[in-house]
Structure formats: C-alpha cells, structure tokens
Ligand binder design. Sequence first.
Ligand SMILES: [Zn+2]
Length: 199
Amino acid sequence: MADYIEPLEILIEQFRKLPGVGRKSAVRMAFGLIDMSKEEVQRLGQTLVSARERIRQCRVCGNLCESELCPICADEGRDSGTVCVVEDARALMSIERVKEYNGVYHILGGTISPIDGRGPEDINVASLLSRVSAGGVREVILATNPTVDGETTAMYLSRLLKAYPVKTTRLAYGIPVGGDLDYADEMTLLRAIDGRQEL
Ligand SMILES: [Zn+2]
C-alpha cells in the first residue's frame, strides 16, 4: 500500500528515476516541491523541459552540446587525429579540466558489462569504428575507467582496433583501480595522459 496520497506517490516515483535518488530522498524532494509556490514549480518545470530540448549530442563524438557539433569537434585548433575514448561526458570534462589534451573525444555512453548483460551494441562502438575507418585518426587513447567493466571495454576495443592502422594506447593509471576518472585529481590525470602506453 502506498504511504502517501496518489499525486505525491506519482511525484516520488518520478524523482526516483534520477540517478542516486532513493525513496527517502525522493520523498524529501516531493515535499520540497509542495512547499514551493506555483510560480516556482512552473519555472522549474519549464527549465527541465527546455534543458532537455536544448541539449543535444554532438554528431561526431557524442559530447553534450547545443548545436550539431560540440565546441571541441568544431575547434580547428584541436588535433582530430587523436581520439580519446571515454565512458561519458563527465569523464570528458575531467580530462578537459587538466588543459593538457589537445585531441578530440569519442563518448561510448557506458561500458560493456557481461554481468549486467551490456554488449558492444549497447554502447557507441560502431560509430567509433566508422570514425577510425574514415581515416585521419592516428591514435586512439582508451580512457575508460580502471574498473572491471572499463578494463573489459578497453580490451575489447583494443582488439577491434588492431584491424586498423592506428596506434592504440591506454591511460597509465596512477588512478586507483576501481576508481573513476571523475574523481581523479588533475595531477594524477595529467600523469595518466602523459604516460599512456601502447596496447
Ligand atoms: Zn563533438
């Protein structure tokens, strides 16, 4: 049986769809929303819809952007011959913050995970291969997280990439195994990029 009246339960259910939000937090958020004025809620609702409408994925790399190409792919000063493969846009931002990498990116949108039943067709592998086979790519840096799934994905990709004339490298991890690029400090990430090793 539901704890709250139906409209509250519906609200709680919606908030729970957000990552990291359990029932307790969702209940708190739902009550918070009820405390807001109608105008505030309206603004929040409009902000949600317009953010979702304005934010798109870059046609080339999958990064989040407002136009067809993300600012990185559109920047002619960047080396499009070096492609850094990351799991998500957050990892991309972590590497960008270091301000050392001048290549471009490819966002996988996740990892391969045999345990969770996610295969290569569930992430952006095909688009990576078509970028590489289109030519012009000299190096692919596999910068998936040093987790079991991240390693599995990097190994899988390195095997596929052997069929192409590109150098494949993996970040040299001073990043703790099981860690997340998102949480690595800038010096660690800088060392990981500089010390990347060929696979
Ligand atoms: Zn892009």
